[in-house]
Design a protein around this ligand. Structure first.
Ligand code: SF4
Ligand code: SF4
Length: 421
């Protein structure tokens, strides 16, 4: 199927930028470098100049686009409403399709398409990572010159994988809703514990929870890296899998995935067959914290004597506009003290595969983040996205810290359960 190109960085989108510069101090790469070419305004200028044929898409010019985290902080603060996220996705896609993209972009797209989007291969890859961790290979690799950074940043597999499908939990007490949960690609392998906690918390709040067997990767990483065809194919698969269940809501505990799924309507805007269903699906998607607050979730009984600092996941705070709901969840836990860091909504440098492809900038942002975290004296860093969990865990390893890194829902789940659990 040939996809239409509704996301082309059109003059309409690009011309919304009035070059006021209000976004600059909110851009992590600009704050680090003070370079205009590493700012949202500079990148928009570059994209416009390339699309107008004023400059060539040289490797140097494209590298300024590649160093963007797609954290969308600029979009959230832009007074002109510049749709930065979709402009950047289309610009990267155009670079890939025109043949201008360097080999590293193509290899990354190949990995995302042939491993991340394919559950069997991803499981194999995760098994290798898990085995490497178990026999100490990852720890050893952290000390090696060429692969040390990647080994530090590679996600650690926490707990057993989450493999359940179909009806995974009945509601405790009267049924209030029937929800379908995104299991996703990396999350069930690396953070099975977070999925199990999410299922328990939803059931505790009266939800029957299913995990449709035919679902898969949401396609966010593919869209961010300029492979819109694969992102659209994955979106179509999920639309069929989830809408067939006719749930009251589609609950997602990964900020990046929920943001992408809420935009399926835009992603498939030119698809005559799927556009209406994509919009229907997007309307059902809820971030798990947003959903629980909307349900007036049950106050947990157990006291957690913890100082917790919360790292806003970019795709929750900036792409979905949700920053209050996870804090409401944390504040509802008896004994828990929420200690805000100075810049909780500045990207930690995870940004999908960015920590592997732009390792130096990723590390600079992570080191800044860990200083900010340390100034709070928190026992726990809470966040809401698998990439952020992995990056912050790497930050704790890198700094020799002792803070735990947890998904917000893991803490709520702990506070629902007896002290012995
Ligand atoms: S992207 Fe928005 S905030 Fe940034 S320079 Fe353009 S108009 Fe101003
Ligand atoms: S998405 Fe983030 S890194 Fe990229 S230009 Fe906007 S603020 Fe900067």
């Amino acid at each position: 199927m040939t996809d239409p190109r509704p996301f082309a960085p059109s003059d309409d989108d690009l011309s919304q930028c009035v070059r006021c510069g209000l976004c600059l101090e909110h851009c992590p790469t600009y704050v680090e470098t003070r370079l205009e070419t590493e700012s949202p305004r500079g990148r928009l200028y570059l994209i416009k100049a390339i699309s107008d044929g004023v400059i060539e898409p040289t490797p140097n010019a494209l590298d300024h686009l590649d160093s963007c985290l797609q954290c969308r902080n600029c979009e959230a603060v832009c007074p002109s409403g510049v749709p930065y996220g979709r402009i950047m996705e289309q610009a990267r896609s155009d670079a890939m399709e025109s043949g201008a993209a360097p080999l590293s972009w193509r290899l990354r797209a190949l990995f995302l398409r042939e491993v991340i989007a394919r559950p069997g291969r991803l499981r194999f890859f995760a098994t290798v990572l898990r085995a490497s961790e178990r026999v100490g290979l990852l720890t050893l690799a952290q000390r090696l010159p060429l692969v040390g950074t990647s080994a530090t940043l590679a996600p650690r597999m926490r707990g057993r994988p989450f493999t359940k499908t179909g009806l995974v939990a009945r509601p405790e007490g009267a049924e209030r809703a029937r929800v379908a949960m995104l299991s996703g690609c990396i999350m069930p392998l690396a953070y099975g514990n977070v999925h199990r906690a999410t299922v328990r918390v939803l059931a505790r709040n009266g939800c029957a929870v299913s995990a449709p067997a035919a679902q898969g990767c949401c396609g966010a990483l593919h869209a961010h890296n300029g492979d819109l065809d694969t992102a659209r194919a994955l979106a179509r698969r999920n639309i069929d899998a989830f809408l067939d269940e006719a749930p009251d809501a589609i609950v997602v505990n990964s900020a990046g995935c929920a943001a992408a799924m809420k935009e399926y309507g835009d992603l498939l805007a030119g698809d005559a067959e799927y556009h209406d269903r994509a919009r229907q699906m997007s309307a059902l998607v809820k971030d798990v914290h947003e959903y629980l607050v909307g349900l007036s979730f049950e106050a947990p009984p157990r006291t957690l004597d913890l100082a917790v600092t919360y790292q806003d996941s970019c795709h929750l705070a900036h792409a979905q506009g949700i920053s209050d709901a996870p804090r409401q969840v944390l504040k509802a836990i008896p004994g828990l003290r929420l200690v805000e860091m100075e810049n909780p909504d500045r990207c930690c440098g995870a940004a999908g595969v960015y920590s592997l492809t732009q390792a130096e900038m990723s590390m600079r942002l992570l080191d800044d983040k860990m200083l900010d975290v340390q100034s709070t004296g928190a026992d726990v860093i809470a966040t809401a996205n698998p990439g952020c969990l992995a990056q912050l865990e790497a930050g704790v390893r890198r700094t020799g810290g002792s803070a735990q890194v947890r998904h917000v829902i893991e803490l709520l789940d702990r506070a629902y359960r007896p002290a012995s659990v």
